[in-house]
Ligand binder design. Structure first.
Ligand SMILES: Nc1ncnc2c1ncn2[C@@H]1O[C@H](COP(=O)(O)OP(=O)(O)O)[C@@H](O)[C@H]1O
Ligand SMILES: [Mg+2]
Length: 257
């Protein structure tokens, strides 16, 4: 089995505090994969090792079979690993259109300057239009990012990630802090725009996880407790035991059994 994204026996510590142990994660091309586990399990750290923010203490990361463990973040981004980040906080005054155009231009390696070829700009604008439509923000095109409703900001962040045309999209708790309605909208958006794509999503809402992902990895105290198709995760006695008493998971069993 070859994986589009793979970690081999990753260990990580923060100045002696060991947080990940022997992580072997394989992501298949075209699957939507959720990483779940309690707070502090090491999920975000694992993302940071995959995207290049940290180097693992031991072990290796592979993208499309090539080792990328020591590649810097921009290299990984250019080669198809895209993580959403809260750009709406970084550039609150850019409008939705301007934000998306900046992302498209950066992927195409074009800097904003007065002598950019007009034909190319037309292409760029068409691409931005199609992104606007995909994320459902046509009506907000001229709204500054900082003025958007929370769910719309998330939509824009996802749009910015899509603008990079990633081979693997990584989302860390995209519904954190949202109301039930906003969560439902953002999950629908994620489902729609990631159709046929490879997605790795960290998510705490079990309903979202079982709804969206085909495969699930459970992290527990820095170790992989189980990884596989969601049906097998739901039935896994170790997972059930680890989550026993956890309301979220108990509800999931009830509502789907
Ligand atoms: N930059 C850091 N420096 C020191 N400890 C960290 C750092 N980032 C995370 N940790 C610790 O690593 C463990 C895993 O954290 P994290 O990956 O954020 O977990 P999760 O995303 O599953 O909630 C926690 O004990 C956390 O306190
Ligand atoms: Mg986290």
């Amino acid at each position: 089995m070859t994986f589009i994204l793979e970690t081999q026996s990753i260990f990580h510590d923060f100045k002696g505090l060991e947080v990940l142990f022997d992580i072997n994660l394989g992501i298949q091309e075209g699957e939507r994969h959720a990483v779940i586990g309690p707070n502090g399990a090491g999920k975000t750290t694992l993302f940071n090792l995959i995207t290049g923010k940290y180097r693992p203490t031991r072990g290796a990361v592979f993208l499309d079979g090539k080792e990328i463990t020591s590649r810097p973040i921009p290299w990984r981004a250019r080669n198809g690993l895209a993580r959403s980040f809260q750009i709406t906080n970084l550039f609150p005054r850019l409008t939705v259109f301007q934000s998306l155009r900046t992302a498209v231009l950066s992927r195409r390696g074009i800097r904003l300057n007065p002598i950019v070829n007009v034909g190319r700009m037309k292409d760029v604008n068409e691409e931005v239009e199609s992104l606007l439509e995909r994320i459902g923000l046509e009506d907000q095109r001229d709204v500054p990012a900082g003025m958007l409703a929370y769910g719309q900001q998330r939509a824009l962040e996802i749009g910015l990630t899509l603008a990079l045309r990633p081979r693997v999209m990584l989302l860390d708790e995209p519904t954190a802090g949202m109301s039930t309605d906003e969560t439902r909208e953002v999950v629908e958006l994620i489902r729609r725009v990631t159709e046929g794509m490879t997605l790795v999503i960290i998510e705490h809402d079990m309903e979202v996880v079982f709804d969206l992902a085909e495969r699930i990895t459970v992290l527990h105290y820095g170790r992989i407790l189980a990884s596989g198709p969601k049906e097998s995760i739901r039935e896994d006695p170790r997972v059930k035991e680890a989550y026993l008493g956890e309301e979220d998971f108990a509800c999931t069993f009830k509502s789907t059994d």
